[in-house]
Design a protein around this ligand. Structure first.
Ligand code: ADP
Ligand code: MG
Length: 294
């Protein structure tokens, strides 16, 4: 494409809230054969809310105690799930406590110390790695996940005290936008760190056939590389710090405009409106730009 037609294309895309950082990305967009979509914050709103608090029968742990402790840990985390917990505790006006140690365990959850007791809050992997017995509650967690909620296990001093479930609504236009991509002959793939059952429920809701769940942050870029090795021209769309390496590696990286700065800096194109319709819009502008110069 001529520099002039690229400039026109970039301007046209900007009108629909699609910011194209480099002309090359505009030219490559029309050649994308596979689009990888992150789940949380990309397909979904990324603003989860607490839906269920399931207590185990450990003495002294009622709903408010559990939520207050969980929020006391999560106020130190920047994960979208953390915001849901903190907001829920705030809505009940629960007091928070001071913890003495805090660790974010990427892809698994968080860890803290309160009065010499280790608190763990996260997924099944975190519980398994820490040898917490969750056998009696796995079926319940599975049921919550099949409702597309994310179950978070909470253990105190080696004992499971609760499961807190959060739900993250799907963006209103994700279904239509994904349908547009598929109509363009593009293979659509969802990647998430979330558990398999939740991922499956969300994928079904947006009609995505290919998904990978429980993907550790460092493995997102590897999935992009694998697709490229299979000969695919890969688009990657994400919003999180976790997505940055994959966004940089993809043939075209698309960042959600409301996402983290790191994601935006690693991507070629930013979807200012946060809507996945920006993907098919960018591809349409790319096609028009290339057609103009032939
Ligand atoms: P994603 O953003 O795709 O869900 P992450 O790697 O950020 O991927 O998280 C993977 C999983 O790890 C989450 O679904 C959750 O189960 C757990 N997790 C990560 N961070 C936290 C946190 N701060 N609090 C609770 N659970 C967490
Ligand atoms: Mg995300």
């Amino acid at each position: 494409a001529t520099p002039m037609s690229v400039m026109v294309g970039v301007g046209k895309a900007a009108e629909s809230g699609v910011l194209i950082r480099n002309g090359e990305a505009l030219q490559t967009a029309s050649k994308i054969t596979a689009m990888v979509l992150d789940k949380t914050g990309t397909i979904t709103e990324g603003a989860p809310k607490v839906t269920d608090i399931v207590l185990t029968d450990v003495k002294d742990f009622d709903e408010d105690t559990v939520l207050s402790l969980a929020a006391s840990i999560e106020r130190h985390s920047e994960h979208p799930l953390a915001d849901a917990i903190v907001a829920s505790a705030a809505s009940r006006s629960l007091p928070l406590v001071d913890i003495t140690m805090f660790n974010a365990l990427a892809g698994k959850g968080v860890e803290a110390d309160f009065k010499g007791q280790i608190l763990l809050f996260g997924n099944e992997k975190l519980m398994h790695d820490s040898k917490i017995n969750i056998d009696a509650y796995q079926a319940k967690a599975q049921q919550l996940a099949s409702e597309s909620k994310t179950p978070i296990y909470f253990s105190v001093a080696g004992q499971l005290v609760a499961i807190i479930a959060v739900a993250d609504p799907i963006k209103v236009d994700s279904v239509a936008a994904i349908k547009r991509l598929k109509r363009n002959g593009i293979k659509v793939i969802m990647l998430t760190g979330d558990n398999k059952s939740t991922a499956e429920a969300v994928a079904a809701m947006v009609d995505i056939d290919h998904f990978y769940a429980e993907v550790m942050p460092e493995d997102k870029a590897k999935k992009v590389a694998d697709l490229q090795a299979e000969g695919e021209i890969v688009g990657m769309t994400g919003d999180g710090i976790n997505d940055a390496p994959a966004l940089a590696l993809a043939n075209v990286g698309f960042a959600i405009g409301t996402g983290t700065d790191v994601a935006i800096e690693s991507a070629d194109i930013t979807l200012m409106r946060g809507s996945l319709h920006g993907l098919a819009d960018a591809i349409a502008v790319s096609k028009a730009t290339l057609a103009n110069i032939k």
